[in-house]
Design a binder for this molecule. Structure first.
Ligand SMILES: O=c1[nH]cnc2cc3nc(NCc4cccs4)[nH]c3cc12
Length: 375
């Protein structure tokens, strides 16, 4: 079987556990650690594929649950798949829908066969199973697809979490059996187990024995303190094969990206840059800037003095504040463009620091400049 996804380990940073790698996919090869912009409904909100390419985006995300509901995976399949439908010829990863069921639908019943819940748009009764989630993702045609898992709420009891990860492992095996296009789409397993080391070990052992082409660390970035996330990563990533990509789902903020890379994560995704961009909050090398604040009304400097993106080269804080205050669409395009660019460039700096075996020093400098607390 030809594996559609291959991870090439280039080197490990001597100062930390961080890895420099290349993720090879049917739509190109991309350096890791990487940040993947999220395009839930087959668009990274307000940005064009050309803009995403010029800023260096390689793999972008779309959501199985949302696309199943609208426009329907059958329409995307008829279009020739997501790449054709959204005119994106680089990498695409789709989440399996399980997380959206838990985060969007207040009513739901989890059974062995799958999850019963309601359509968050019109209240219709819906059912999603490992087989259905894989069928939808096979139709959407992403290069990387995710196993159907349960991401339990944080915190969860040990007993609940143990039952949950055992079912998630059984679901993972059912996903492998249901996968119709293993030579074109790499199916990643998702390790669960919350903050319990024994359960993370059991979940990782189950999934590694099924030999997935890549592994995600799930169940994090769900409201737990950063120290909990970092501790869980410290004992989870070493359980995963060094020659396979490791994907931390739903992360995240600049400090979490750096701390995740230090703990051996290769791939990250988060809605943060476009989500906060839409309410006028931008990430800069000196910390967050809430552009609506009156202090920027006459500030004719760029959003970030150390940024060379299209937004920072051509527009001022005063102008962008004006657009956001007037609810002008161009305003959120400029903030979204800068925020995505910021995280993509941050990962370039992280990769360069790994090449120079100085990621711990880079963390120190970045945290100092950005205003994060040290520990
Ligand atoms: O275990 C998971 N399984 C499958 N998808 C996920 C997506 C995830 N996204 C976040 N956090 C980012 C968020 C986005 C919206 C609310 S929280 N955590 C996540 C965990 C999982």
């Amino acid at each position: 079987m030809t594996t559609p996804i291959r991870f090439e380990l280039i080197k490990t940073c001597r100062q930390t556990g961080a890895r420099l790698g290349i993720l090879h996919t049917p739509h190109g090869s991309f350096e890791t650690p990487m940040f993947m912009p999220v395009g839930t409904l087959a668009t990274v909100k307000t940005l064009s594929p050309e803009e995403l390419k010029e800023m260096g985006a390689g793999v972008i995300l779309s959501n199985t649950y949302h696309l199943w509901l609208r426009p329907g995976h059958d329409i995307v399949e008829e279009a020739g798949g997501l790449h054709a439908f959204m005119n994106w010829d680089r990498g695409i990863l789709t989440d399996s829908g399980g997380f959206q069921v838990f985060s969007l639908s207040e009513f739901r019943r989890i059974e062995e066969e799958g999850v019963y819940f309601r359509n968050h748009l019109n209240g219709d009764k819906l059912f999603l199973s490992p087989e259905k989630a894989v069928e939808i993702q096979n139709a959407l045609g992403a290069d990387i697809i995710m196993a159907f898992d349960e991401c339990p709420p944080y915190p969860a009891t040990y007993e609940y979490m143990k039952q949950s990860i055992e079912r998630t492992s059984r679901w993972a095996e059912r996903c492998l059996k249901a996968h119709r296009r293993p030579n074109e789409q790499g199916l990643f397993g998702i390790v669960q187990g919350g903050e319990y080391e024994e359960l993370r070990r059991q979940s990782a052992r189950d999934l590694v024995s099924l030999d997935f082409p890549g592994y995600a660390v799930g169940g994090l970035s769900v409201g737990e303190p950063k120290e909990v996330m970092n501790r869980v990563l410290e004992f989870t990533t070493p359980l995963l094969p060094a020659d396979k990509p490791r994907y931390l789902m739903g992360v995240g903020s600049p400090d979490s990206l750096i701390d995740g890379a230090i703990r051996g994560i290769d791939m990250f995704d988060c809605v943060l840059p476009t989500r906060i961009g839409r309410n006028g909050t931008v990430m800069t090398s000196e910390g967050r800037v809430v552009i609506k604040n009156a202090q920027y009304a006459r500030d004719f400097s760029p959003l970030d003095p150390n940024c060379d993106c299209y937004t920072c080269r051509n527009y001022t804080r005063a102008y962008i504040r004006h657009l956001i205050k007037c609810d002008e669409t161009f305003g959120i395009r400029l903030t979204s463009y800068h925020n995505v660019y910021f995280l993509i460039k941050l990962m370039e700096q992280v990769r360069q620091a790994i090449r120079e075996d100085r990621l711990a020093d880079f963390r120190e400098e970045f945290f100092e400049c950005y205003g994060f607390n040290k520990p």
